[in-house]
Design a protein around this ligand. Structure first.
Ligand code: BG6
Ligand code: MG
Length: 219
């Protein structure tokens, strides 16, 4: 009989609200380039790596051919510096509602946990939130080659957890992230809008709705 043995969490927008800070920093960079982005377009950036996000913005503004690799690296660095200014004060009270209690509950139940984040800032953020030790493993951008929606990051998390896909559940706020989970053969819980997170097995409006029973019912 299958049972829940592992849960793999995205970070930005699932454990803490850094998805909003990424959006604000990209919006400022886009403004400098005379490209207007909004929250609807931002759904396409969520979960996607820094350089892929920049390419998507440039493509959206029809400016992809205007910059060389050095200029694009400078733009990505500029965005990251802006973003880092907004996360410098991040603290345990910035953990999204219900998440700490949920992680405690998983630990009590002997369920292993990992973070699968496309962010190069993931370790710093987890340390600042004071919950790095809550997770058995962290797979971040430094440990993978292919960005979400590719399943590599969730497959790597399964490998580290030493668990098969069918006893695990992944939790994501991004369409690219849900695709990554599903293509790794894992059941997915989406946090956010069901019309955006179409491939998720269950969509919850917020992290405060996460229940162990819901995850167990999926495996
Ligand atoms: C993901 C975010 O977790 O990390 C994306 O959802 C972000 O918005 C990506 O672009 C890369 O993050 P960073 O911190 O390495 O620029
Ligand atoms: Mg996310």
């Amino acid at each position: 009989m299958e049972k829940l043995e592992g849960v793999i969490f995205d970070l930005d927008g699932v454990i803490t609200d850094t998805a909003e800070y990424h959006y604000r920093a990209w919006k400022k960079l886009a403004e400098r380039l005379d490209i207007k982005i909004d929250r609807v377009f931002n759904e396409e950036l969520k979960g996607v790596s820094r350089m892929d996000s920049l390419d998507r913005i440039l493509e959206y503004g029809d400016r992809l051919a205007d910059f060389n690799a050095t200029e694009k690296n400078e733009m990505a660095d500029w965005k990251n510096e802006l973003y880092k200014e907004t996360i410098v004060d991040i603290k345990p009270s910035d953990i999204l509602p219900g998440m700490e209690a949920f992680l405690d509950e998983l630990k009590q139940a002997g369920i292993r946990t990992a973070v699968a984040s496309a962010s190069k800032n993931a370790e710093v953020i987890l340390q600042s939130l004071g919950i790095r030790e809550q997770f058995d493993f962290v797979v971040d951008a430094a440990k993978i080659e292919k960005s979400k929606p590719d399943p590599e990051i969730f497959l790597k998390a399964l490998e580290l957890l030493d668990l098969p896909a069918d006893v695990c559940v992944g939790v994501e706020d991004a369409a690219a992230g849900v695709d990554s989970i599903k293509d790794a053969g894992i059941r997915a819980i989406g946090i956010g809008d069901a019309t955006v997170l179409r491939r998720a097995d269950v969509v919850l409006a917020g992290t405060d709705e996460l229940r162990l029973e819901t995850l167990k019912s999926l495996v």
